[in-house]
Structures are given as C-alpha cells and as structure tokens.
Design a protein around this ligand. Structure first.
Ligand code: BG6
Ligand code: MG
Length: 210
C-alpha cells in the first residue's frame, strides 16, 4: 500500500449500525408523533446527532425548542445504546477483520474518524478497542462532516499529513470531508459511486491493492 496510515469511518465501514439507528429514531419519533422513514434515515449517514434533528424536523423546524430537541436526541440515544448491546465481535466481517490485521502487521498506522459520540463504546463491543493507534470521534470535534476536522485530527494523532493517509468512507458527507482536508478517499456502498471518491471499493479489503 502506498499510504502510511488509513483512517476508517466507523458506522457503515467497520460495522453496520444503520438498522439500530433506524429503529431508535423510529421509536423516538413515534413516541413524539413525528414522521420518520428509511429514506430520512439514509440521509442521516455521517451526520452528527444534533444535525440529524435538523433533517428530521426540516418540514416543521419550529416544532421543538432547543431543549426539546436535545431531550429527543437523548431519548433516541438511550434506545440506540440499548440496541448496541446486541453487537459483539462476531459482527466484524471476515473481510474487515482480515484487512485490519493485514495492515497492522504491515506497519500501516490505523485510525478511526467518526462523527459518532458512541464510537468508543461500539469499538469496545466489537472487540476492536485496542487495535487503533488513534480514535477521533464526535466527542473530539466542533464541526461535523462534511467539515474535515475529524480526519485532520485523526491524521494529526497518527503523526501523519493528509496526503500520507487514506480515508475509507461510506457516506457522501464523509467523502466531502476527506476531500476538503486534502485526503484521498476510498468509498464503499453509497459513497463508491460518488464523483469525489478517489477509489471505488466493492469490499473493504480492496484497499489492500492501493
Ligand atoms: C455517524 C452515523 O457515524 O454517527 C450517523 O453515520 C450518526 O448516522 C452519527 O448520526 C452520530 O452518531 P451518535 O452515535 O453520536 O448518535
Ligand atoms: Mg459512515
């Protein structure tokens, strides 16, 4: 590999929490009498928790006070955290596991760059908490993707420049963040077909060819 470090997005790249996010938002929304569907959920990828609230309430932005929005987001997070208890090391795919082990043994530095404030807990559940040289998440940043802050801080934590690192992302907002920070970016899933993606992946292990 030509990169000295790889910065992985978490949700949608190393693991799949989409269904849990959906269930939690859906339950919280139903309790509050707010419409929510999978199409809205798809638009929340890579977006910080409070920015998700703006998208969920975009048809009726005045509906909640700032305090009510925070309470609603907290309620969703409580439901989400309970669902995360269902996750374990068996939820890391063989492809992801092989890729991480291979890169680690090749001496490539590894980081997580995630918008989630639950990243530490998720990595613990997956048994990946000791593997990364740097974890930068929603607790460490002021500006969420598409701002490059999370990836710039992750690269800094690795002691590398953006051009020395590859970012791996599944969300368009994440690809935009990588591009804005001067990183090359490998896109998977929804991000694979995005024009700003440097490399399109079918599976995470495709990055081993780069
Ligand atoms: C991102 C997810 O990783 O984290 C988003 O793709 C989510 O969908 C965001 O909204 C924030 O997550 P959390 O765990 O802090 O609520
Ligand atoms: Mg993601």
């Amino acid at each position: 590999m030509k990169y000295e470090g790889v910065i992985f997005d978490l949700d949608g790249v190393l693991c799949h929490t989409d269904a849990f996010h959906y269930q939690a938002w859906k339950q919280a929304a139903e309790e509050a009498g707010i419409y929510f569907d999978e199409k809205i959920n798809d638009r929340l990828r890579g977006v910080s928790r409070m920015e998700c609230m703006e998208i969920i309430l975009e048809k009726d932005p005045e509906r909640m006070t700032e305090k009510q929005k925070r309470d609603f987001a907290d309620r969703k997070n409580g439901i989400y955290r309970k669902l995360l208890k269902n996750m374990g090391p068996e939820d890391v795919s063989e492809d992801v596991s092989f890729t991480l082990m291979y890169l680690k043994s090749a001496g490539i530095k590894l980081a997580v760059g995630s918008s989630s404030k639950n990243a530490g807990y998720i990595l613990e559940r997956l048994g990946l908490d000791d593997l990364f040289d740097q974890v930068t998440d929603g607790n460490d940043i002021r500006n969420s993707k598409p701002d490059p802050e999370v990836f710039l801080k992750a690269a800094e934590g690795l002691g590398l420049l953006p051009k020395q690192c590859l970012v791996v992302e599944d969300a368009r907002a994440g690809v935009d963040a990588a591009a804005a920070g001067g990183f090359e970016c490998a896109g998977i899933g929804d991000a694979a077909a995005y024009r700003k993606t440097t490399w399109s992946l079918k599976r995470v292990s495709d990055i081993l060819m780069l």
